[in-house]
Design a protein around this ligand. Sequence first.
Ligand code: GCB
Length: 604
Amino acid sequence: SLASNILYPVESESRELRTLHGLWNFKISPPSNQLIGFDEKWYAVRFETIGDYWKMPVPSSYNDVSTNSSIRDYVGWSWYQYEFYVPKRWTDDQLNVFLRFGSVHFKSIVWLNGQLCVDHEGGHLPFIGDATRFLKYGELNLIVVAVNNTLRPDTIPQGYTKFPNDSYKYPKDYRIYSHEFDYFDYSGINRAVHLYTTPKAYVCDITVLTSFGNNSEGVVDYKVDICGNNVSECNITLLDANRNIVVESNTCSGQLIIPNVIPWWPIMSGKKHIAYLYTFQVKTNNENSDYYRMRIGVRTLQWTSKELLLNNEPIYLRGFGKHEDSIIRGRGYDDALSARDFYLIKWLGANSFRTSHYPYAEETLQQADLEGILVIVESAACNLRIFGSDVMKFHKSVMTEIVNRDKNHPSVIMWSLANEPYNNIELSVPYFRELYQYVRKMDPSRPITFVNSQQIQNAKAIEYMDILTLNRYSSWYSDSGHLELIQYQTYNEVEAFTKKYNKPLLITEYGAGAIPGLHSLPETMWSEDYHVTLLQEQFKTFDSLIFNEIPILGEMIWNFADFKTPQEYIRPGLCVKGLFTRERQPKMAAYVVKARYNAFKSNS
Ligand code: GCB
């Protein structure tokens, strides 16, 4: 299997890289005939010859591109196809050609020239197929991707299909599809599609683990996996930011010592502190060498009953939860949007975010490495409700894919196994213990948690996590309108949690909905004024918690920007708890947060 062969595709003197981006052809199967594409072999015919197809951009979610509600709300098998040439020189029998998808939501089957190349289940994570023997070199090629976004009780995240038996209200065979999470379930080919070459023996995995030695030495323990051939020799070179050689080695796994190391620090931790990156360069030592370069940062993480330490210094997180969400493209990755978000993050003075509620694009994590933004990577297990061996199996494989993909990012400082699971249920206890241990074995270096929203008396399983978390909407979902209760309630609850479990707590969500431009004095819910006051009341609480040495690890606002929700009557089409609008313009609250977060500049 190519499961661990998930290194981000880069070009080098031994690798060519291209994307298959553009307007693809797109078809949906009628809900009443879901298997028609398979029966009529849509994987081997050009849609032009069968008709009834649309143009669909890749990468992008398909939902909001067209004017058609049957595409927007589609649940089932949709089909994409595209034609492209590959150069004749790739015929070389010294080469592999791989096809890599950054993310397809949710299940996908990929054919090249009518032949099955690869399939994968699970959104938000990359997968690779070996395309070498399916391609026609120097000729036109047809790629077809069948995508199914139907979620089930045994998938991560969970979804449900029901056939209501109330014949008075619903026609026969009427299907109601639902899921627990409250964000719009954008589907399709959401991230980059790459085609790339490697030599037959190629670098297929790298793992680095960094630490500090004596006399300001940096230590990089590393392991390089070479696939495809019996090559076991490597030349490793570590380069500094000016591309000068720092240290070399000629074993595929071992240890590099960096004299006078420049550590990787998060943004604004002081003048001398920058998000310094080295380049880890691998050359396989054989006739047809493969070259692969990856940027790494040297930093350590530790956690105690009171603190999270980065490079032995306590770190306080000031950030938010985000979503991959924007107009038209939905969850489709877009460089312009991503760059804009990082400018806004820095403008706010934030130092962190959580990838709520699924792993974000690799390009985003690369930028976080560069900018010194700390990231909590969360799996797509949002509002997990049914705990069983089927879903556990899925969840473990998702965690494996996440750790394989993200293990080398200095910006990634924590794993979140889930968001707001039903951990008031007893079955959640053995479930999360087992999952925790599973991830701990894969990665010894980062704290692991899940995001809790249960009250203290119901918050099961959190004692087995490294760090406590809390999503709490004081004076919004509870005691609506009662801003005067915020300080009292939040203080008491955080104090109680940290005392009971003797662990530090991270505020993972709090906030209020604010319709941009809606004002009211005195404040009322949904106004920008209420949004501002609510955040300010929470700031006062956090300050007194810090002052009284109650161990909080940081504060994360829900949400960075407004994002699309399913149709429902409690939200106006969007979750409007954003500091920014969906267009990425500031609401009034953004200025208040900017003032607070920037005031932290001098320390951590
Ligand atoms: C939560 C969820 C988040 C929602 C938020 C809200 O607790 O974790 O997914 O968007 O509340 O606004 O309701």
